[in-house]
Design a protein around this ligand. Structure first.
Ligand SMILES: [Zn+2]
Length: 82
């Protein structure tokens, strides 16, 4: 079985979830995109927090979600990039 036993660490809360349960989410800030992988709990919270999102082919997953945010401060993580 391909990828058996692989766990993904959620980029928002750090929880380990099975690869097939994680979701690729791209946060678009102007022309820059931040790629995160979220656990189902964080994905659900993010979908409620942001109104608009659209689906695109993923980099690692078959499908990913793009969410537009005003700045990198809106990324769902405690450590800001840069
Ligand atoms: Zn999470």
């Amino acid at each position: 079985m391909q990828g058996h036993g692989t766990l993904i660490l959620c980029d928002a809360c750090g929880r380990a979830v099975p690869d097939q349960s994680s979701k690729e989410v791209l946060y678009q800030v102007n022309k820059v995109r931040y790629r995160l992988e979220l656990c189902p709990t964080c994905l659900d919270a993010e979908m409620k927090r942001h109104d608009g999102h659209r689906g695109i082919p993923g980099f690692r997953k078959r499908a990913a979600i793009v969410v537009k945010i005003a700045s990198s401060d809106d990324l769902p993580r405690t450590v800001t990039p840069g």
